[in-house]
Design a protein around this ligand. Sequence first.
Ligand code: FES
Length: 273
Amino acid sequence: MPLTDETRAAAREIVARYPVGRQRSALLPMLHLVQADEGYVTAEGVELCASELGLTAAEVSAVATFYTMYKRRPVGDWLVSVCTNLSCALMGGQEVYDRLSEKLGVGHDQTTADGRVTLEHAECLAACDYAPVMTVNYEFYDGVDEEAAEGIVEALARGERPVPTRGGPLCTFAEVSRQLAGFEDPRPEGVAGTGFLEPSVVGLTVAEQAGWRGEVAHTERADGPTGPAGPAPVGDVLPGKAPADGARSGVSPAAGAPTTTSAAPAATKSKGA
Ligand code: FES
C-alpha cells in the first residue's frame, strides 16, 4: 500500500523542525514515521526519506539497517521483545522467551500467522533492576515469569491492552511508531502511568542510608530542571563530595515515588523525541 498523503505531509513537518543545513538529522524520526504507515521500512519509505532529505537511498538504508528498531519485514500490531541478556537470563528471561516462542509458534523476528504478534529476542532493555523484563511495543512488563508473559500475549489475542508495569498505556506498533517520530499520543490517558518504581532508586536509598555523599556534577539545564525534557538530576553525582540540597528532589525515599518532579514520565514520553 503506498504511503499516504498524510504521511508525506508529516514527513515535511518533521524536516521543518530542524535547522537548514542539519535536516538530515530528521532521518531517525522519519524512519519511525514510515514504519507507522507501512509497518516496516519499505523501499518506498526509504525513497521518501532520501528525497526529502537530499540523501541517497544507500545512505538511508545504511541507517535503517543499523538500528534494530527499524524493521525490514512487516511487524504485527504487537511487537513482543523479551530480554535475554545477562541480568534477565540469570532471572529466567530465556525461559520466558522459550515459552512465548512455543505458544506463538514463531521464533526470533517472526510474526504469527494472523499477522498480529511479532516476537524478538532483545538486548538489554535498560531495566535490569526489574529482570526479567519484556516489552510490548516498548512498554515495560517487569519481573515477568513464564506464566505472566503467557498471560500478556493471551490478553493481546483477546483484543485487550494489558496495562504495562510502568510508563504510558499500551499502543499498537503503528501508534508508538508515530510517537517515536515525534507526534504526541492523542489519547488523554497517554500521559498516565507510573514513572518509576522502587527498584530504580534502591541504589540511591542504600547510599543515603550509608551516608555516602557526592558532589552534584550538573545541576543546571538550559531549560531548567523541571522543563519539558528536564528530569531532576537524581544520582548525577561524583564520589566523595556532598550533594547540593534537593539533589534528590524528584524521589520520595520512603515510597520511591515522584514528588516535586518526575524523572521517568519525562523519559517515557521523550521516546518521541
Ligand atoms: S539484562 Fe535485561 S534489561 Fe538489562
